[in-house]
Write a protein that binds this ligand. Structure first.
Ligand SMILES: Cc1cc2nc3c(=O)[nH]c(=O)nc-3n(C[C@H](O)[C@H](O)[C@H](O)COP(=O)(O)O)c2cc1C
Length: 468
C-alpha cells in the first residue's frame, strides 16, 4: 500500500501524538501500569485535572485488550493552538478565520484502516476496549466515535461525535440530542421509511474534532472541507463500504452500519458534559455490519462528564462562532469567552467598546440567535478581562442596574441536556445582562495602578526577598 505519509502524519491521531512527543514532551503521559476499562480511563483524566494537569494520556497496558487507549487529546489549549500553529491567545481568532476557508477534499483509494476487515457474524464490538466512564453510565460508551452520513435529500455529508452505548456484538444505542445535521438527516431518512447509512470513525486528529463542532456554515459545504481549512490543505479521505461515504484516511478504526428508522430503545443514563447524569436521549439504534481497522489500531476515547477533553473545543468553537456572527454587525465587539465552568455552552461573555446605548442588547440577541445552547449572555466594557471570571463578576456587581440591565426572553429552544430546559419541549428562558457603563454619562472611575508603579513595587518586593 502506498500512502502519502507526510499528509497522513499531519492529519492523523498518530501524527498528533508524534508532534506532542517531539515538541511538548511534558504534555503526554504514557501509563504502563495495568488499567481497567471499568472507570480507570476517565477517572485518571479527572484526577490529573484536579492537580491542574491536562496531558494527552496513553494507556499502554489495558487489561483484557492488546489495543492501547488514547484519551484527553483535546484538554489543553496549548496543544490545540499548536495544531493551528498559533499562540494560545490567538486560538479563537485563528479558528474563526480558518474554518471559513473551505478547502475541497482529496479522495484516495487506499488507507491503513483497510488492513483488517471483520464482517457479518464475526463483528464483535465487545472485543474493543470500550470504557465505562462513570459508575452511573448504563454501559460502556464509545465517546470518540465520529459519525458520518449524507443528507438523504442533498447528498452533502456531515461528521460529528455522537455517544454510542454498547448493547451487543453489533448493536449500539445512539442519542442525537444536539439536534443539528445528523438529527435532521435521520429525520429525513425516517420520513421516507429508510434507515440512515452511517460510518463511525475512531481515531482522529484534534483539528478534525474541532472542525466537526462547527455548526453555522452554508448547507452545501462539507464539514470535511472545514477540517481541510483548519489543516490548510485538502483533507485526505477514502471511500468505505457504506453507501458512498468517505472517511479520513488517517483513522484507526471504521465501523460501518446504519441507524434504524422508527426504532427506539432505552439508552443512558450517561455522564454528560453538563456535569450531571443525563437520562435524556433520542434513543436511536445503530447496527454495525462491518469493522475495518489498522492491524495495530489505537483506541481513542474522549473523557466524558465536564472534563476539558469533552468541553474545551466546544468553548473555542462557540467563541469563534459567536464572534463570527457579532463581527458582521458590530465591528466594535472585541472578543468572546465561553467559560469551561459554564459547560462550554450555557454562558457567553462579550467584550465590546460601546459607542451607543443599545449595542449590548443587540450583541446579546445576536449571540443568542447564533447558538441555541447558550442561554445567559453578559456584555462588558473593554477594560474587563473576560477570561478572568473574577473581573466579569466585578463588572456585574458594580455596573448592573437589575431593573434596566437584565432582561429575559421566555420560551426559547434550549439544549435537551440542559437540566433547566422543559422535559417535554426542551424550551427555557434566556437571560441577557448588560454589565457595561452607561454611554455619555459620568460613571464611577475604576481604580488603577500604573504599569510604571507596578514595576517599581515589584522591584522593591524583589529586593525585600518576596518572590512574586
Ligand atoms: C465528545 C463529544 C460527544 C458528543 N456526543 C453527542 C451525542 O451523543 N449526541 C449529539 O447529538 N451530539 C453530541 N455531541 C455534539 C455534536 O458532536 C456536535 O453538536 C456536532 O456539531 C454535531 O454534528 P452534526 O451537525 O453532524 O450532527 C458531542 C460532542 C462532543 C465533543
Amino acid at each position: 500500500m502506498s500512502h502519502d505519509l507526510t499528509n497522513l502524519d499531519r492529519q492523523s491521531l498518530r501524527g498528533f501524538l508524534q508532534l506532542v512527543e517531539r515538541e511538548f514532551p511534558d504534555e503526554i503521559l504514557r501509563i504502563r501500569e495495568p488499567v481497567r476499562t471499568h472507570l480507570d480511563i476517565t477517572s485518571i483524566v479527572f484526577e490529573l485535572e484536579r492537580a491542574g494537569k491536562s496531558p494527552v494520556v496513553v494507556y499502554e497496558n489495558v487489561e483484557g485488550s492488546s489495543m492501547p487507549i488514547v484519551t484527553n487529546i483535546a484538554g489543553n489549549r496549548k496543544l490545540l493552538a499548536a495544531c493551528l500553529g498559533v499562540c494560545v491567545a490567538d486560538l479563537p481568532t485563528a479558528f474563526r478565520e480558518r474554518c471559513q476557508r473551505f478547502i475541497p477534499c482529496e479522495t484516495v483509494s487506499s488507507a491503513p484502516w483497510q488492513e483488517l476487515t471483520i464482517e457479518g457474524d464475526d463483528v464483535d464490538l465487545t472485543a474493543l476496549p470500550i470504557p465505562l466512564h462513570f459508575a452511573i453510565d448504563a454501559a460502556p460508551y464509545i465517546t470518540a466515535g465520529q459519525l458520518a452520513a449524507r443528507d438523504p435529500i442533498t447528498g452533502v455529508d456531515t461528521t460529528g461525535f455522537h455517544r454510542l452505548m454498547l448493547k451487543g456484538k453489533n448493536r449500539l444505542g445512539v442519542s442525537l440530542h444536539s439536534r443539528r445535521r445528523m438529527w435532521e438527516f435521520h429525520r429525513r431518512a425516517e420520513e421516507r421509511g429508510q434507515s440512515l447509512p452511517v460510518a463511525v470513525t475512531l481515531g482522529i486528529h484534534p483539528l478534525h474534532y474541532m472542525g466537526s463542532m462547527v455548526y453555522a456554515y452554508p448547507p452545501q459545504v462539507r464539514k470535511y472541507e472545514i477540517i481541510g481549512g483548519l489543516f490548510g490543505e485538502p483533507y485526505l479521505l477514502a471511500r468505505c463500504g457504506v453507501q458512498d461515504l468517505e472517511v479520513p484516511v488517517g483513522a484507526e478504526i471504521i465501523i460501518e452500519g446504519e441507524i434504524l428508522p422508527h426504532v427506539k430503545e432505552p439508552e443512558g443514563p450517561f455522564s454528560e458534559f453538563t456535569g450531571y447524569a443525563s437520562y435524556r436521549s433520542t434513543q436511536n439504534v445503530f447496527i454495525a455490519h462491518r469493522i475495518r481497522m489498522r492491524r495495530d489500531a489505537i483506541y481513542h476515547s474522549v473523557a466524558s462528564g465536564m472534563s476539558k477533553d469533552h468541553i474545551l473545543i466546544s468553548c473555542v468553537t462557540r467563541e469563534g462562532e459567536i464572534l463570527n456572527s457579532l463581527k458582521r454587525n458590530l465591528p466594535n465587539v472585541i472578543s468572546v469567552h465561553v467559560p469551561h465552568t459554564t459547560c462550554g455552552a450555557f454562558m457567553a461573555f462579550i467584550k465590546m467598546k460601546k459607542t451607543a446605548q443599545g449595542e449590548p442588547q443587540q450583541a446579546i440577541l445576536a449571540a443568542l440567535g447564533t447558538e441555541f445552547y447558550t442561554k445567559h449572555v453578559v456584555v462588558v466594557d473593554e477594560d474587563i478581562d473576560i477570561f478572568d471570571l473574577n473581573d466579569v463578576m466585578w463588572a456585574v456587581a458594580t455596573r448592573v442596574r437589575p431593573e434596566t440591565d437584565i432582561f429575559f426572553i421566555p420560551g426559547c429552544k434550549g439544549a435537551i441536556l440542559d437540566p433547566t430546559s422543559d422535559p417535554e419541549t426542551f424550551t427555557l428562558t434566556k437571560m441577557g445582562i448588560d454589565a457595561t457603563r452607561p454611554q455619555g454619562k459620568d460613571f464611577a472611575e475604576r481604580l488603577i495602578i500604573s504599569e510604571e508603579q507596578r514595576r517599581r513595587t515589584r522591584e522593591i518586593l524583589r529586593k525585600s526577598g518576596v518572590a512574586l
